[in-house]
Design a protein around this ligand. Sequence first.
Ligand code: HEC
Ligand code: CU
Length: 479
Amino acid sequence: MQTKIAFLLVLLLSGCNYSPDKNTKSHPRNDLIKTEGEMVAELTAPPNVPAPVGNRPAKKLKVELEIVERESELSDGVKYIFWTFGGSVPGSFIRGRVGDEVEFTLENHPDNKLPHNIDLHAVTGQGGGAEASFVAPGHKKTFTFKLINPGLYVYHCATAPVGMHIANGMYGLILVEPEGGLPPVDREYYVMQGDFYTKGNYGDPGLQPFDMQKAIAEHADYVVFNGKVGALTGDKALTAKVGETVRLFVGNGGPNIVSSFHVIGEVFDKVYVEGGDLINENIQTTLIPAGGAAIVDFRVEVPSTLILVDHSIFRAFNKGALGMLKVSGDRNDKVFSGEVLSGIYRPEGNVIQEISPSEPKPVRAVALSKAEKIKLGQQIYDRSCFACHQPDGQGLPNAFPPLAKADYLNEDVDRAIAAVIRGLSGEITVNGKKYHSVMPAQVLTDEETASVLTYIYNSWGNNGTEVTPEMVSKIRNSK
Ligand code: HEC
Ligand SMILES: [Cu+2]
C-alpha cells in the first residue's frame, strides 16, 4: 500500500511538469531581447508575402504604411469605394520577428476624405496603437512598439464607425516570426476573407455604396477572398508544383462573418490554430474568427485545381468566397487515380430539380454590349456552371458533357438556351459521346442566361454566337 502511494506521488510530481526550460518557453521575456541595427520593412500586396526573416537578429524595423481611399472593383462590373492600407484589400503584409522594435509611420494621403488609424493585434499597448496613430488626411503619425508574441495577427482601422471602416476594406495581416523563423516551405501566400454590404444585391452592376443597415443585420452581399470576387481565380489563381510545400497565411477581416476555411481536394498537414503556437495536424476545415487568422501548411501531391472556400458553402458559390490554387506536375495514380469506372446512380429518379426563383430582378434599361455580356457571363459561369462543366468547359468524361467545341451547343442555340433554363435529362450525344444524366434547371434571369451563353459561345473554340435576353425570353415563353 505504502509503495503504491509513493509511486502515485512520483507520478503526480513528474506530471506537474515543472522545468525551468519549459517555463521560459511559454513565458519568454521577449521584451528583453536586444536589437542589432535597423532595416526598412518590405511590404507586399496580396497574395504575396515578404521574404522570411530566417535567423536574422531582432532589429529596429521601420514600417511606412499609406492609407489610400480608392475606387476599385468588388466583382466584375461592380464598383466600390475601398479604404485601404497600402492600396490593396487586404492591406500590405507586414513581416517581422519577436524582439523587433517597430517604428510605425501611418500616412493618410491628402486626397483622402476621412481620418483613420490602426489597431494591430500584435501590439501590447493602448488600443493596439489606435489612439497613437489617429491621423487626418494629409498628415502622418509615428509610434513605436516591440513585437513580444510570435504569431499571425490581424490589423485594422479602429476609427468610428469602426465597423464601417473595416467593412470598407481596412484590414490586413502582420506576421511575427519566432526566433529562427518559421520552418521553411516552398511557397507562401497571403489570403484574407472579408464580407461586404452594398445597396444593391450580389452582382448588381455600377458603383455600389456601403449599406449600413445590412451591415448591422449582418446580411452580407459579398463574402470574398482578397477584396474581390475572382481575386484568386482563372489567371489570378495561386500556383504550385507537385511535391512542393505550400503555406497559406489566412486572415479574416470580417467585419462580421466567421470563416469555415477549407481547401477542396487537400488536407492541411499542419494548422497553426488561430495563428498561434498550437499546431494541429491533418485538418479538413479550420475556423477563422473575424479579427483572427490561421497559418495552414500542406504538401501538394497530385496535379489538380484546389479550390479555396469558406465551407459555409453558399458564401463560396453565391457570394464570392472562392479561390483557386493550380497544382501542375506529374500524376501519381497511387495518391489519386481519377475516374476508374462510372455509371448512373439516381435513387431520386429522373425529375429535374428546380430551385424556386427569388423575386424577379429589374430589367436593365440599356442592353449590354457583347463584351459586357462576356464579362458578366464568365462570372456566372464560374459561379453556376464550372463545378460540373469544369474550368475550361472540358466537362468530365461520362458525367458532364463538354461545352468547349461542343457540336450539341454550336448546332442549335435555342436548344442550348432551353437546356440552361429548363434543365436537361435523357440521352444526348456530344462530340460523338453519349451522356445520359441530369442537368438541373438554372435559376438565372434572361440577361444572365444570355450572358453566360454568350461567354461560352465566345470561348474555347466555339462559334461566336451572341445570345440576347429576347432570344431567352422567347424560349421561356414557348413552354
Ligand atoms: C450539376 C451539374 C451541372 C451544372 C451546374 C450545369 N450543367 Fe450543363 N449539363 C450537365 C449535364 C449532366 C448535362 C447533360 C444532360 C444529359 O445527359 O441529358 C449538361 C448539358 C448541358 C448542355 C448541352 C450539352 C452540351 O455539352 O452542349 C449545355 C449547353 C449546358 N449543359 C450548359 C450549362 C450552363 C450554361 C450551365 C451554367 C449556367 C450549366 N450547364 C450548369 C450538368 C450541369
Ligand atoms: Cu479607417
